[in-house]
Every structure is written in C-alpha cells, then in structure tokens.
Design a protein around this ligand. Structure first.
Ligand code: ADP
Ligand code: ZN
Ligand code: ZN
Length: 825
C-alpha cells in the first residue's frame, strides 16, 4: 500500500524535490500533502510530501524523514495540484510555493480530536457482525465514539487502546476523521434568535380598551420582528434589537409565546470588535443587480467552471451582488472564497459576511498577513476542518484549504497587490481562475476599472460580462474637474501643492460640514533632496533611487531597502550649503493643510501613520464616524471605503503615476483617478472631484474625467496592440542580479548566449540592459524582457534557461524570473 520512499518539497530556493526514505514507524502516516520534518544539510526543515516513489535515485545517499506533522494531510490533493501548477507556471521552487500555501508552523498547542464520520456512524449502528472489515474492537470503539456525541480527544482514544497507528488505519477507511484544534481559546457565546412562526399572537389581556391597543401595538412589533428574521434569517440578539427597534421584553415575550426560538452560538474571538451590533444593509436588489445575479445563478446551475466579470461603476452595489452569490453558493452546499486587495477591506467585507452568514452557517474565516502566526494557524485549521465555509482574505487566502469550492470572488481584480513581488511571484487573480478551473467552480471578478487583460477576455467572450452601469438609487457619479496646474501657477505664482481651486473646494466642505479626501501619491515629506549648486541628488547607498526626506523623524529614508541617513546640512558632493528639498509627499501636504485650514480636524493615512491594523482602523473609523474633516493620504484611501459624507476628493498630482517608465502607466492613472472619484458622493450628498495635473490633455486623464471606461479601453488597446504588450502578448521579466558587478555582467552575457538563438522565432528578446532600478539592496541588476504571443513558447524557453543555469553553474538565486510581471522596474 505504501512505498518506502517519497519526494518531498522543501522550502529552499531550488527547483527540485528531494527523495527521502520513510521509516517503518511512519509508513501509516505519510501521505501526499502531509507536512513532514526532514533533515536537510545540517538543519531540519518542514516540507510537504508530493508523491510516493518506489525506488530511490541511484548513487544518492537517502536520508530518513524524522517526523510527520499531520494525521490528515495539511494539503488536499487539489491544493497539491495547484501548488505544482504554480511552481511550473511561475518557475518557482515548489517547496517555496507550498510554504506560501501552508499555515505558519507555530508552537501553539494543538489537541487532536477523533471525529466520527457519517459512514462511521452507520457502521457503529450496524450489528458488530454485519459491519464487514471491522474487527470487534474497532466496532466497539466506533460505538463508544457515537455515544460520546461523535467526538473524543486523542488521549481518551488512547485509553481505549487506540493509539495513533490504529486510529490512522480507521481514518483511512473513512469511518473517522482526525481534527487538529487549537487550544487556549475560550468559547464565548451569544444568543441567536430565529422565527418559528405560529405562536399565540393574541395572548395578553384584551378585555379592556386600553389592553386592546396595547395588544395591537405588540402585534405590530411582532410583525416587525418577523419581517426582520424572515428577510435575514437567524440573528444575534443585539442585532435583532437594533434591526427591529424593539425592546428586550418584546423578544422575551415572543419566546414565551413560541413564535421565536433561540439558542447559544459560539462567537469567534478573532472576530473584530466593530462587529457588535453591526447591521448589514439588506437592500432589495435593483434591476441591474438582479440581472447580474441571474447570470451568476445560471452559471451555478450549469455547475461548470466559468469566469464572470462584474463590471460595475463605483457605488453600483457590487458588494451586495457578492453577498447574494455567496449565499447561493452556500445554499448549494458549497464553499466560497472572497479575495480583497488589502487588509482593511477584509475587515469590512468580513464584517458583512459574518453578518450575512455567520449566524446561519457557522463560520466565516478571515486570512491575511497582519494576523499573528497563532491567529492565522487557527483560522487556517478551522477552514481545513470544515468549520468555516466562507473565507475572506488577501492574496494568499486563495490557498485556503476549503473543500467543495463553488465560488471564488476577486474584488477589485485589477489591483496590483494581488501580485506577489517575491518568490513565488504568483498573481492571486490568475491563480484564482486556475483554482476555480481545477475545482470546477465559478470565478467572479469584480471591478469598476477592470484590468485591460480581463476586459479583453470579457470582450472576446472568454469571460462572461455582467455590467452595473449606474449607481444605486440612481445617484449621480461625482462630477470630475481638471485643475490645470500651469494655469494655476500663471494666476497665483505660488508653488503650493494645493491649487486655488482645491483650496476653495476644501473651504466649502468645511463650511458645509461635509468631508474631504485629499490624495497624494507619495509618502514622506519630500521625495528628493537636491543640491542647487551642483545638481546632485542624494541617492541611497544600496539602491539607485533618491532618498525621501521624513521631517518628523528628521531623516532620509530609502523606500526600497529601508536604509536611513541623517539629513545633510550641506551637499555631500560639493559641500555647498544650498541643499533643497523637492517634491511634496503626504507629510508635507498634511502640514500645508494644517497651515491653510487651522481650525479643521485633519488626519493622515499612509504607511507611516498606519503601521498597525489598529492605527489604520482608528483613523478610518474616526473619519467614517465624522470625527475628522479632512483625510490626507496615499493610494490607501482610494479603494473600497464607503464614506457617506465625502463631497470632495482632491488629487494633488495625477502626473506622478503617468510619468513612470512603465507601459501600464496610463492604465494605472486611469484606474486610480476613477477609483478615487468613486469615493465622492456615495451618500445622499453629491460629490465633486478635483484633479490637479500638468497634462490635462492626456487621454488617461480625459477619460477618467468622463469616467468612460470603454473609451479608455479602446485607446489603450490600440497602444498595447501597436507596441505588442499584454493582453496581445505574454511577457516575462528576467533579472540577473548580484552584489558583484562583474559576476552580474558575466552571467547576463552567458544568459544572453542562451537566449539569442531563440530571438525572432515567435519570441522577442530584449536586453540585457541595465534594469530601471539598476541597483537594489546592494545588488546590480540587468534585465531581459521576453515577449511572445504564445505563452507556451515563453514557458519552454524559460524552462530551458533554468537548465542552462545549472550547466553553467550560475546560481538559481541570481536569476529572477517574473512571469506576467506587473512591474518592470
Ligand atoms: P461598489 O462596491 O459597487 O462601489 P457598494 O457595494 O459599496 O458599491 O455599494 C454602495 C452603497 O450602495 C452601499 O452603501 C450599499 O449598502 C448600497 N446599496 C447596494 N445595493 C443597493 C440597493 N439595491 N439599493 C440601495 N442601496 C444599495
Ligand atoms: Zn552640490
Ligand atoms: Zn535603498
């Protein structure tokens, strides 16, 4: 049944697996997908068993596995398959892929529980003699388990004479499951109420006049409670009291009458405190939402893989459609993943999910990188054990070990945060589509400004296009106006980052007591430090990039490698005194706003002020709650948040993105402007957006002003087609890097020798050239850009390059391959 050897993927930067012998004592436990501890060089590493092998490779010294960590393999066969696909497609070491998919290995104490399965229960219910293939002890054990409500801790099983190996044998027959549960969690509970119907509605004293009107008032309250519970399903008490706006006494009485039922339900301690009393708006879907949902439903009915693009303008109510789609998925007995582009949105969507599904289907899990290892491991195992059926998370939540997956939602699918910029360099959205395909599930991509690639597929019919063209309740989109900075300067002769028009707009907000968002692209005080005498700018010692001045911390910082320098009093090159700080960042903007609007309540949100989840939440919470008038910040502000009282959004410079040396510069600019414009006028108050720019005639800005995605798409596709860029060609970025310049040059030359015979044969190879970031973290960088309309060809040539590296003894770590790169820096 089992083999003496297995191949193990280890988290090392090598593109191979390693063969180990399985000691006799571990044979029962090792399975594909199991985490194992294996000796590697002089260390022990945690790896994943990929497959069994009958024979060890000849000549090699085979070592033995030292431990198996899982009873039930941590990775399901589907996830194992997905990991291998990722390793192949992104040319990443498979062990590093699995490491990214697995929960952190923590010191957390776990307790193993033996759980009876349905077939186990059936076997226990049969007569001992009728339960074939079970010996009497096993049968007796199953019966015991059944009488213990189907569950018992490992230790109790051991007392009954069932040790690890005998349990494992039972597990393999499918009669029991072994669950890992984390200790140290106090189970808090809350009361949940559900409508039971019937009940003696007319109880109470109705003999007197006064009594009759009271009874009628009570009946009215009953129908409000009924309506609330019918519409939303069971609700926690606190929430029900708020939704129905009735007193606790009414509920108590309804319980006594029998029209309500109640039970205690566990509250997840990982849940965020803002949940308490949160009531999700349950809207009637409008016609557009309804027809989008109909198409999603049709896809579910087909029960096949398919990708749907929900293209809905900002404020069109996409979240509502997501929630209903998940609801239908759960109703079909399947599970769902919702990916969001950043941690803050996991809180927001997670809260909605728990409000929608938490009470009805035990368990929504949240996974993101800001959780502690312990929290993350706990959530992960909850999902693995089938306790949570909805997962909300950032990029890596695409690896959530859900079984029977029916739906994967990727919100704001165009966001670059879905791309991991370190090994394995996968794109969360693309992996979502591949996983959906492997699991025969639906993938629902949502966006107001889809990536060009995705929209292209929707146009060509590869994806199904669902459109929400209008905002909910026919609210108008915000009006977008351009502030031409050349004209502003001609008029005011001021070099403030805040133009006269933006100043007036903010002043108007303050007067009306509404709120303003002001967006700036860079953090810090000034992003360049220049000498006026010799023109030199202060560069990072490790990277070819200028240092950013941070005024409060009083130092220069490199935003690429994190190195710091003191603020120079004189030019490091010519010693002149004329050091000049240039280019405003968010810190500077905040200072300016405080000067210009002394009475206003202002806060800043960027990576410097929001270092922790809590800080982030506090600032956003304060703004949403009306405790702030103006919020200044970087891109962090642009996404998702549903602020109701924002009437003005100012964009300090639309140009900083546009001028980046990147073929996606126009797309990014259009997306950012449209996204931030979507933050204005979401409530009942109309919104206004002011975009400051030196290039008002650029199409990315013009189309953003009109909020006309199709027009932008047309123009941008012409450019992409002419220049042979995605979506018309596949791209790979190959960087050769080393601290020693000579080596980096030599290896680039060698790689060039391998590449050049392929050039022109269905493949274009540009380079080697110095990378735009020619030096990063002390390493010199040279770049090749590979383009081909045929992805398979690209993969083949790159695969060959990897073999070639081995032949030439070029270390694999010196060559970085980025398939479908988002950044060409
Ligand atoms: P999007 O994600 O498309 O920008 P949201 O999902 O955040 O939009 O919805 C915007 C607002 O509209 C939210 O406050 C939401 O509660 C509300 N909303 C959603 N659907 C409806 C509807 N059918 N009727 C009224 N309001 C709705
Ligand atoms: Zn100088
Ligand atoms: Zn640096």
């Amino acid at each position: 049944m089992t083999s003496p050897f297995c191949n193990v993927a280890l988290p090392v930067p090598l593109r191979t697996t390693f063969t180990y012998a399985i000691p006799e004592t571990l044979r029962e436990f090792v399975q594909p997908g199991s985490r194992v501890v294996a000796p590697f060089r002089r260390k022990s590493l945690v790896g994943v068993v990929v497959e069994f092998v009958q024979d060890a490779p000849e000549g090699a010294k085979i070592r033995e596995l030292s431990k198996v960590l899982d009873f039930q393999p941590a990775l399901t066969p589907k996830l194992l398959e997905l990991g291998q696909w990722i390793a192949g497609y992104y040319l990443a070491p498979v062990g590093e892929v699995f490491r990214a998919m697995l929960p952190p290995v923590t010191e957390l104490r776990t307790e193993r529980q033996v759980v009876l399965t349905d077939s186990g229960r059936a076997a226990a219910d049969k007569e001992a003699t009728a339960a074939q293939s079970l010996n009497p002890q096993q049968h007796a054990f199953l019966a015991q388990l059944r009488d213990k409500a189907g569950m018992m801790p490992f230790a109790s099983a051991a007392k009954l004479g069932f040790d690890g190996a005998s349990l494992q044998r039972l597990r393999r027959t499918g009669l029991i499951e072994i669950r890992e549960s984390m200790l140290g969690r106090k189970a808090k509970t809350q009361r949940v109420l559900a409508w039971k119907g019937g009940g003696a509605k007319t109880c109470g004293q109705k003999s007197e006049e006064d009594g009759e009107s009271r009874a009628r008032a009570f009946e009215e309250k009953i129908s409000v409670v009924e309506a609330a519970l019918e519409a939303r399903g069971p609700l926690p008490l606190a929430q029900l009291l708020r939704v129905a706006n009735v007193s606790r006494r009414v509920i108590e009485r309804m319980l006594r009458d029998g029209s309500l039922e109640s039970w205690e339900e566990r509250i997840d301690p990982a849940e965020d405190p803002f949940d308490a009393g949160y009531v999700p708006p349950a809207h009637e879907l409008n016609a557009e939402q309804e027809s989008a949902l109909k198409l999603i439903r049709a896809r579910f009915e087909l029960g096949e893989f398919g990708v749907l693009l929900l293209h809905g303008v900002t404020g069109s109510g996409k979240t509502e459609v997501y929630m209903r789609a998940v609801q239908e998925t759960l109703a079909r007995g399947k599970t769902a993943i919702i990916l969001v582009p950043e941690i803050a949105l996991t809180l927001w969507i997670g809260r909605q999910c728990r409000a929608w599904f938490g009470a009805r289907f035990e368990g929504v899990a949240v996974l993101h990188s800001a959780l502690s290892d312990v929290e993350r491991a706990r959530e992960w195992w909850r999902v693995r054990n089938g306790e949570a059926r909805v997962v909300v998370g950032t990029r890596s939540a695409i690896f959530a070990p859900l079984q029977n997956l029916g739906l994967i939602i990727v919100d704001e699918e165009q966001e670059s945060s879905y791309k991991q910029e370190e090994t394995p360099r996968y794109h969360g959205r693309d992996v979502a589509i591949v996983r959906a395909k492997m699991e025969n599930a639906a993938a629902l991509l949502g966006s107001a400004t889809p990536s060009l690639e995705t929209y292209h597929h929707a146009r060509s019919g590869k994806y199904e296009l669902l459109t929400l063209a209008g905002r909910v309740e026919s609210r108008p989109l915000a009006s977008v106006e351009i502030v031409d900075l050349r004209e502003d300067f001609a008029k005011t002769h001021q070099t403030s980052p805040i133009s006269a028009a933006l100043h007036d707009g903010i002043a108007e907000c303050l007067a009306q007591e509404t709120q303003a968002l002001v967006l700036i692209n860079r953090r810090g005080y000034s992003w360049s430090v220049l000498c006026r005498s010799c023109g030199v700018s202060v560069q990072c010692a490790n990277c070819s990039i200028s240092m950013t001045y941070h005024k409060q911390r009083n130092r220069l910082e490199c935003h690429y490698c994190g190195s710091i320098q003191s603020v120079p009093k004189q030019c490091p090159k010519c010693q002149s005194q004329y050091v000049y700080f240039f280019g405003e960042g968010s810190e500077h903007l905040e200072e300016r706003l405080r000067e210009e609007f002394p009475g206003a309540r202002i806060a800043r949100l960027d990576r410097d002020t929001a270092r922790t989840k809590r800080q982030y939440q506090e600032t956003l919470g304060a703004f949403a709650g009306g405790a702030l008038d103006i919020l200044v910040g970087t891109q962090m502000l642009a996404k998702g948040h549903d602020f109701q009282r924002v009437t003005l959004v100012g964009v300090v410079s639309a140009d900083s993105l546009l001028s980046l040396p990147d073929f996606r510069a126009a797309e990014r600019t259009f997306q950012l402007l449209t996204q931030v414009a979507g933050r204005a006028g979401r409530g009942a108050l109309p919104g206004r957006v002011l975009i400051q720019t030196f290039y008002p005639e650029h199409y990315a800005i013009q189309d953003a002003v009109r909020q006309d995605y199709p027009a932008f798409y047309e123009r941008e596709t012409q450019f992409r087609r002419a220049m042979a860029y995605p979506p018309f060609t596949s791209l790979a970025n190959v960087i050769v890097r080393h601290a020693d310049l000579e080596k980096a040059i030599r290896w680039s030359r060698q790689l060039s020798q391998y590449f050049s015979p392929h050039d022109g044969k269905g493949l274009r190879i540009l380079g080697p050239a110095a990378a735009p970031l020619a030096k990063l973290k002390k390493e010199h960088r040279f770049q090749f850009l590979l383009k081909s309309p045929k992805r398979s060809l690209l993969a083949k040539v790159l695969g060959g390059a990897m073999t070639y590296l081995g032949q030439k003894e070029i270390p694999e770590t010196a060559v970085l391959v980025d398939m479908d790169p988002l950044s060409l820096m």
